[in-house]
Design a protein around this ligand. Structure first.
Ligand SMILES: [Zn+2]
Length: 101
């Protein structure tokens, strides 16, 4: 190998220099992670583990979707409860009027 070998893993960049030394740097915004793994394979493991740490935003998005689902379910529950109450009140009134007669 005449030039450093680089591999992009997520936002991180794993580099192997001519002398065999490896370095991992992260270019994720706000993350300045840097490490010097013992070997290329160790670096790959570190890089993928570090990339997984940055996979948190999608998880948050999934949670957001879950929250939206919860809100929709809640609204459905409220609307059906409202309908149920309306029917209940209506039938109660109807029977009351019926009873008065
Ligand atoms: Zn990072």
């Amino acid at each position: 190998m005449s030039h450093p070998k680089t591999l992009h893993v997520g936002a991180g960049v794993l580099t192997r220099y001519r002398n065999g030394a490896c370095a991992f740097t992260c270019r994720h915004s706000g993350c300045r992670a840097y490490s010097e793994p013992r070997s290329w394979r160790a670096g790959l493991r570190q890089a993928s583990r570090h990339a997984a740490d940055h996979e948190l935003p999608p998880t948050r998005r999934r949670r957001g979707r879950f929250a939206v689902l919860l809100v929709v379910l809640l609204l459905l529950a409220i609307s059906s409860a409202g309908t149920y109450l309306a029917v209940e009140v209506f039938t109660t009134r109807a029977t009351t009027i019926e009873g008065v007669r």
